[in-house]
Design a protein. Structure first.
Length: 265
C-alpha cells in the first residue's frame, strides 16, 4: 500500500510537470562514477533552463612514483583536486556557461562553452525501468566518446547530467561505451516538484571574474602538462625513461571541435 501511494504521488507530480506550468522545477541526484572516483552530482531544471552542480573532490595518492620495468618509472600526482562546478544550460541554445569554484573563491573561473550537436539515435525497442520510470535507449557521439543514454518521456525536459541534453525526456542514465576511463551517471533521487527558489539562469554579475572560453582553459591545462613532462624528463639519468600519468585525453571529452577545424584548414 505504501509503494502504491508513493507511485501515485510520482504520477501526479509528473502530470503536473507535463501541464502548462513551464517554470515547475525538478531536482535530480545522480550517483556518478569517473574511473575510480565516486561522487554525487545534482540537477535542478525546468522546461527551459538547467543548473547542474558538482562538489569539490580531493584525493591523496600514496604511490607517487611507481616502477614499471628496468629503468622505467611512472610519476603520478600526489593529489588530485577537482573544483566544484556549476553548469548553466538552456534548452534552445548550444551555449553553456560554467563556473569553476575552488576552496579559495577568489580563484573562481567563469567560462563559456559551445556544445556540439550529439545527434542522438533513438532506440525505442530497448527500454528499462529506472526509479519507477520507463526509460528508452539512445546512442550518440560526444567529443570523441561513444555515449549510451536512457531517458524517460514521462518527465518531459531535455536535460541530463554534465553536458548531456537534447533527448525527448529527462536523461536518467548515461555512460561512455568505449575504451579508456569509464564514466557513468545514474539518477538516484528525484523530487517533483522542487519548490526551492533557485535561479537557473546564468548571471555574469553574480561573479567577480571575467568570462573566458573553454578552449583557452583546455589549451592552458594541456600546455602545463607538456611543460611538466619536459621538466621531469630532464631529471632522468642517462639510460632511464619516465612517463607521466595524467588525465590528458582520458577524459570523456577526447576531441574538441576547434581541433577538427584546424585539421580541415
Amino acid at each position: 500500500m505504501k509503494y502504491i501511494f508513493c507511485l501515485l504521488i510520482i504520477i501526479f507530480s509528473v502530470n503536473a510537470f507535463s501541464g502548462q506550468n513551464k517554470t515547475l522545477k525538478i531536482y535530480v541526484e545522480y550517483a556518478v562514477m569517473k574511473g575510480s572516483i565516486n561522487t554525487v552530482e545534482y540537477l535542478i531544471a525546468d522546461a527551459n533552463n538547467a543548473l547542474y552542480t558538482t562538489e569539490i573532490v580531493e584525493i591523496t595518492n600514496n604511490e607517487i612514483i611507481k616502477k614499471e620495468g628496468d629503468n622505467q618509472y611512472s610519476i603520478n600526482p600526489a593529489e588530485i583536486k577537482i573544483n566544484a562546478m556549476k553548469y548553466y544550460t538552456k534548452s534552445d541554445s548550444p551555449t553553456m556557461y560554467f563556473v569553476s569554484q575552488p576552496k579559495n573563491i577568489q580563484n573562481t573561473i567563469v567560462a563559456i562553452d559551445s556544445l556540439p550537436d550529439i545527434s542522438w539515435k533513438l532506440n525505442t525497442n530497448e527500454s528499462k525501468i529506472l526509479n519507477t520510470f520507463k526509460c528508452y535507449k539512445a546512442e550518440g557521439t560526444f567529443r570523441g566518446s561513444e555515449i549510451i543514454a536512457y531517458y524517460t518521456p514521462e518527465i518531459p525536459i531535455v536535460f541530463g547530467p554534465f553536458k548531456f541534453k537534447g533527448l525527448p525526456g529527462l536523461i536518467m542514465e548515461v555512460y561512455n561505451d568505449d575504451n579508456g576511463l569509464q564514466y557513468h551517471w545514474k539518477a538516484s533521487k528525484i523530487i517533483i516538484p522542487f519548490k526551492q527558489d533557485i535561479d537557473l539562469k546564468f548571471l555574469s554579475e553574480s561573479y567577480n571574474s571575467p568570462i573566458v572560453t573553454y578552449r583557452s582553459i583546455v589549451e592552458k591545462f594541456e600546455n602545463k602538462l607538456k611543460q611538466m613532462d619536459q621538466t621531469m624528463k630532464t631529471r632522468v639519468s642517462r639510460g632511464g625513461s619516465i612517463k607521466l600519468n595524467n588525465t590528458e585525453r582520458v577524459s570523456i571529452e577526447k576531441i574538441y571541435e576547434w581541433e577538427k577545424e584546424t585539421k580541415e584548414d
